[in-house]
Design a binder for this molecule. Structure first.
Ligand SMILES: Nc1ncnc2c1ncn2[C@@H]1O[C@H](COP(=O)(O)OP(=O)(O)OP(=O)(O)O)[C@@H](O)[C@H]1O
Ligand SMILES: [Mg+2]
Length: 225
């Protein structure tokens, strides 16, 4: 609670300060300056929204109130939509997103809403912790009973010690965001719980200085049951 409250304080005080700036200086500010300040307020409130959303998700997981409704979902189109959503953010860091797959559909037995959250967290991390001008590779393949998904980056990679703490709650580790993005340390904790709730598996393969590869496996639709 203390960490979450502290994380909420930063964007909240930014909103307060920026709003006060407009109130005090609106006569002297140009229209463009007012718009820019309002944009910063919107960004800070988005940040708060994401944190609250993550806290609610953790609460749902821990109070076992999380609803999981498994259905046949095409993982390819889900991953594709998520990648598209991140093109602007990647472009801002000159990061190129690559998507590769051998088949045109990959049906898994999963909860669509939860799969979206899983890809969202993993793709956002790959971009968030990568330096500028790098590549992020998303690769799908079918391996017997599972749909195998890899999200690989050319970022700082993770030490063995960091890898042990990776899926813990509020674990902000050695790599820090490369463009001042928000970091609460809840994303991967949520990812692991959600993947396991869908009877899947998630792990990280990494070597310090050589990038990270996050692997998620979901049960293929035709093998569930
Ligand atoms: N692809 C990655 N490359 C390098 N380090 C990573 C990567 N993904 C995660 N990490 C490290 O693991 C930590 C935990 O990641 P996690 O996604 O749980 O939290 P976060 O990204 O800090 O915050 P959020 O709650 O917004 O996801 C990060 O703070 C970072 O240090
Ligand atoms: Mg994250």
């Amino acid at each position: 609670m203390a960490i979450a409250a502290h994380d909420l304080k930063n964007p909240l005080s930014a909103i307060q300060g920026l709003a006060e700036l407009i109130i005090n200086d609106y006569r002297t500010l140009s229209q463009q300056e007012v718009v820019d300040t309002l944009k910063m307020i919107v960004n800070s409130s988005k940040q708060m929204f994401d944190i609250v959303d993550n806290i609610l998700q953790v609460n749902a997981i821990e109070s076992e109130k999380m609803r999981v409704s498994l259905q046949e979902v095409d993982i390819l189109s889900t991953a594709h939509i998520l990648l598209e959503r991140y093109t602007t953010q990647a472009r801002a860091k000159n990061i190129t997103l690559h998507f590769s797959h051998q088949e045109e559909v990959y049906y898994a037995q999963v909860d669509l809403y939860l799969v979206v959250r899983v890809f969202d967290n993993l793709i956002s991390n790959a971009i968030k912790y990568s330096p500028f001008d790098k590549n992020v590779y998303v690769k799908l393949s079918r391996r017997e009973k599972v749909i195998h998904c890899e999200i690989r980056d050319e970022g700082p990679g993770l030490s063995e010690d960091d890898q042990k703490k990776l899926f813990g709650k509020f674990s902000r580790l050695t790599p820090i965001p490369t463009a001042q993005e928000n970091s609460t340390g809840l994303g991967l904790f949520i990812v692991k719980k959600l993947v396991e709730a869908m009877q899947g598996r998630v792990w990280c393969e990494s070597e310090l200085g050589k990038g990270s590869c996050f692997v998620v496996e979901f049960l293929a639709a035709s093998f569930s049951g």
